[in-house]
Ligand binder design. Structure first.
Ligand code: SF4
Ligand code: SF4
Length: 556
C-alpha cells in the first residue's frame, strides 16, 4: 500500500493511495463502448423474479389474469431488507410460477410472468419531490424503498437500507470505476447522461448528511471522466477523481482506499469510517424515483464478447429474456463457448438463454475460447505465494484454499474468509490453475448453512423453553387457585353466603335460645308443641301412665 500523486481532469495532480495486490487485465471494453446504448425492443414476455436483490423476496400483489400498467407495484418488500417490484410495461399477468432465475445455482424460483400489450400505458406515479431538501430523509428513503431501487453495480443491495447508515457520514463515494473487463454500461451512462447522475448526488448528500462527494473513475474511461467533470464544474461539493486502471479498483473498500487512504475495518462497513458508497447507475435511478416518481423498471446492460455479432449496450426492461437481448445484439456468432452473467472475473455461467435480465444484471458475456481459454485441470498447489501477492484484501488465499478443501470451517473463518470479495485475482495468477474462488464460495455457503441450522436450533430451543415456562406458569396459577379454594372452604361461612345454610343456623340459634329460656324457668324443654290432636292424646296417655307408674313406686 502506498501513496502517490496522479493527474486529474482539472490539470492538477491529486494524492491517491494504492491498495495491496490487484491485477492488470486486458480490458476489452472497446468491443461494446463505441456506440451509444440502444433501447431494447419490447419482448414477447417478461419474467420477473420475486427475488432479484439481497434480502427477502418481494411478496406478489397480483395474480394470473390481472391486467397491469407500466410502473405498477406488483410485489411489495416483505421486510426491511427487501425490495419492491414493478411491472416494466403494461400487459397481462399470465402466471406466477417457478422459472429459472439468474443465480449461480441454476435453480428456479417464483417469478411473475407478464405478457406485454404493447401499449406502454403508465400507472399513476407518486408525486415528484423537487423539494427533497426540505423533506425528512426517512420520507425520501421510503420513496426509494417503494421504487424498488437496489445497487446497480452488481451487488443489488436495497439502496434505502444502505442510505440509513445510522452513523455520521462525511463523504459520499460514487463508484464509476467499472473495473471488470468487457463491462461498459456505467461508462456509457457517465458519457451519455452525466446530468442524470449529478441529479442524484444532492439527494444522496441530503440523505446521508455527507458534506462532499468523490466520484472515482478508472482512467481507461477518459470520455466519462471528461463528461462528469464538465457537468459537475462549479459544484464545490463534488470532485471527479481519475484513478489508475487496476482490477479490482471498483471494489467498495478498494475504491475508498484509493480515493481517501482510509481502510474499512475487517468485517466492517464504509459507514464505520464515515463513508457511504453507491454505484453511479444507482444515483441516477434514485434521482428518477425522487424527482420523477419513477420506479426501477429498466437498466443499462452490456451484451458483449466474441460470441455475439454486434456487442453493445441496451436500455432493457427488467425481466427481458437473455435470448431477446442477444438477438438484438446481432445474435450468436457460434464462437462463444459459454454464457456468463457479469464480467469474466466475478460473473457466473448461465445454464440457458431463457433466463431473464434482473436488476443486478450489468453484463451478458459470451467469450470465445480464445478470449477465455480453458485453464485445464487444476494441479497441486506449489506454495508459490503469488495468490497472496495478488489479493487486494491482504488475505492468505492459499491458506483459505487448504482449510476450505479440508472443510475446516472454523479455521477458514479465522483467516477472514468473509473479507474475501471473490474478485478472483488469486485464481487469475495461480500457476496451478486452482479454481480458488469456487472453494471460497463453497466454504461460505457451508458456513451460512451451518449458521442457518444453528439459528434454527436456537430458535427451536427458545420456543421449547418458552413453552416450558408457559406450562410451569399455568401449573403455578392452577395450584394457587386450588389453595385459594381450600382456604375459602376452611373459613366459617359469612352471613348471607348461602341462604339455606343461614336458615339452618338461624333455626339452631332459635332452638338454643328457647332451651336457655326454659332452663331459666326451671323447666325441661319438651317437644310437645304444635302437636296434632291425635299426637296430643298419645302424649297425655303417656304422661298419665308415667304418673301412675310414679304413684305405685311411692306406695311401695
Ligand atoms: S498461487 Fe496457486 S499454487 Fe501458488 S500458493 Fe497460491 S494456490 Fe498455491
Ligand atoms: S478472491 Fe478473495 S482471496 Fe482471492 S484475491 Fe480476491 S479477495 Fe483475495
Amino acid at each position: 500500500m502506498s501513496v502517490h500523486r496522479y493527474p486529474q481532469p482539472s490539470g492538477r495532480s491529486r494524492r491517491l493511495w494504492r491498495f495491496h495486490g490487484g491485477v492488470h487485465l486486458p480490458d476489452r471494453k472497446a468491443l461494446s463502448n463505441t456506440r451509444p446504448p440502444l433501447r431494447a425492443e419490447l419482448p414477447g414476455r417478461l419474467i420477473l423474479p420475486l427475488q432479484q436483490h439481497i434480502g427477502e423476496a418481494a411478496e406478489p400483489l397480483v395474480k394470473a389474469g390481472d391486467r397491469v400498467l407500466k410502473g405498477q407495484l406488483i410485489g411489495r418488500p416483505r421486510s426491511y431488507v427487501s425490495a419492491a417490484l414493478h411491472a416494466p410495461t403494461s400487459g397481462r399477468v399470465t402466471a406466477i410460477e417457478d422459472h429459472p432465475v439468474p443465480h449461480p445455482s441454476g435453480l428456479s424460483a417464483p417469478c411473475i410472468l407478464i405478457e406485454p400489450d404493447g401499449e406502454e400505458r403508465w400507472a399513476e406515479l407518486p408525486e415528484p419531490m423537487p423539494d427533497f431538501g426540505t423533506r425528512d430523509p426517512a420520507e425520501i428513503r421510503e420513496r426509494i424503498r417503494w421504487a424498488g431501487i437496489v445497487g446497480l453495480g452488481g451487488a443489488a443491495f436495497p439502496a434505502s437500507v444502505k442510505l440509513n447508515p445510522g452513523r455520521p457520514i462525511h463523504t459520499l463515494i460514487l463508484n464509476g470505476a467499472e473495473c471488470e473487463p468487457y463491462i461498459t454500461c456505467d461508462d456509457l451512462l457517465m458519457r451519455g447522461r452525466p446530468e442524470a447522475i449529478l441529479e442524484g448526488i444532492p439527494i444522496l448528500l441530503h440523505l446521508t448528511g455527507a458534506e462532499r462527494c468523490l466520484i472515482g473513475i478508472e482512467d481507461n474511461k477518459p470520455e466519462a471522466i471528461r463528461a462528469l467533470y464538465e457537468a459537475a464544474r462549479g459544484d464545490e461539493r463534488i470532485e471527479v477523481v481519475r484513478i489508475p486502471t487496476l482490477y479490482p479498483s471498483g471494489g467498495e473498500k478498494q475504491l475508498i482506499y484509493v480515493l481517501t487512504g482510509k481502510e474499512v475495518p475487517s468485517n466492517g462497513l464504509p459507514a464505520d469510517i464515515g463513508m457511504v458508497c453507491h454505484n453511479v447507475g444507482t444515483a441516477a435511478a434514485i434521482a428518477d424515483a425522487v424527482l420523477r416518481g419513477r420506479p426501477l423498471i429498466s437498466r443499462l446492460v452490456t451484451v458483449t464478447g466474441g460470441g455475439v455479432a454486434q456487442p453493445g449496450n441496451f436500455e432493457a426492461l427488467i425481466g427481458t429474456p437473455v435470448a431477446d437481448l442477444i438477438r438484438q445484439a446481432g445474435g450468436y456468432t457460434g464462437r462463444g463457448d459459454r454464457l456468463v452473467l457479469g464480467g469474466p472475473m466475478m460473473g457466473f455461467a448461465l445454464s440457458d438463454d431463457g433466463i431473464p435480465l434482473h436488476k443486478a444484471g450489468n453484463c451478458l458475456l459470451l467469450p470465445t475460447p480464445e478470449e477465455a481459454p480453458d485453464p485445464g485441470s487444476a494441479l497441486a498447489c506449489i506454495r508459490c505465494g503469488r495468490c497472496a501477492e495478488a489479493c487486494p484484501v491482504n488475505l492468505l488465499p492459499q491458506q483459505l484454499y487448504w482449510f476450505a478443501r479440508a472443510k475446516d470451517l472454523d479455521r477458514v473463518q479465522d483467516f477472514n474468509l468473509f473479507d474475501c470479495i471473490e474478485c478472483a485475482c488469486c485464481a487469475q495468477v495461480c500457476p496451478s490453475h486452482i479454481p480458488l474462488v469456487q472453494y471460497y464460495r463453497y466454504a461460505k455457503t457451508e458456513i451460512w448453512e451451518r449458521e442457518r441450522e444453528r439459528r434454527q436450533a436456537e430458535h427451536a430451543r427458545r420456543r421449547h423453553e418458552a413453552r416450558q415456562a408457559r406450562l410451569e406458569r399455568l401449573e403455578r396459577e392452577r395450584q394457587a387457585r386450588l389453595r385459594k379454594k381450600k382456604a375459602a372452604l376452611a373459613k366459617p361461612p359469612a352471613k348471607g353466603d348461602d341462604p339455606r345454610k343461614a336458615a339452618i343456623e338461624a333455626a339452631k340459634r332459635r332452638a338454643a335460645e328457647k332451651r336457655a329460656a326454659l332452663a331459666a324457668q326451671g323447666k325441661t324443654p319438651r317437644n310437645t308443641e304444635n302437636l296434632t290432636p291425635a299426637q296430643r292424646r298419645q302424649v297425655e296417655a303417656a304422661e298419665a301412665r308415667r304418673a301412675a307408674a310414679a304413684g305405685s313406686d311411692t306406695q311401695e
